[in-house]
Design a protein around this ligand. Structure first.
Ligand SMILES: [Zn+2]
Length: 84
């Protein structure tokens, strides 16, 4: 599977509907995700808007994704608790 955004051939299917009516794909190179039911301007690499294509250099220069902080455990007596 070719990634519409960066043209990598490493894209793969990550999920599909039980009835097979749609699938979700992911590109490990640029992290683009798309559904099979989106328009050809999204799913077809040759019709993807060139303004939004990513080159190898652009991918290398992407800022790192911010880490997801650990879940906070709700303390007793704070928001979300009912008064008895
Ligand atoms: Zn890609």
């Amino acid at each position: 599977m070719i990634c519409p955004r960066c043209d990598s051939d490493q894209a793969y299917k990550v999920f599909e509907a039980e009835d097979g009516s749609w699938e979700v794909y992911r590109c490990p190179r640029c992290n683009f995700n798309w559904r099979s039911t989106e328009g050809e301007e999204v799913t077809n690499p040759s019709l993807y808007n060139p303004r939004f294509k990513l080159s190898e250099r652009q991918i290398q220069e992407l800022p790192p994704k911010p880490p997801i902080p650990p879940l906070r455990i709700r303390e007793p007596g704070r928001n979300g608790q009912r008064k008895s």
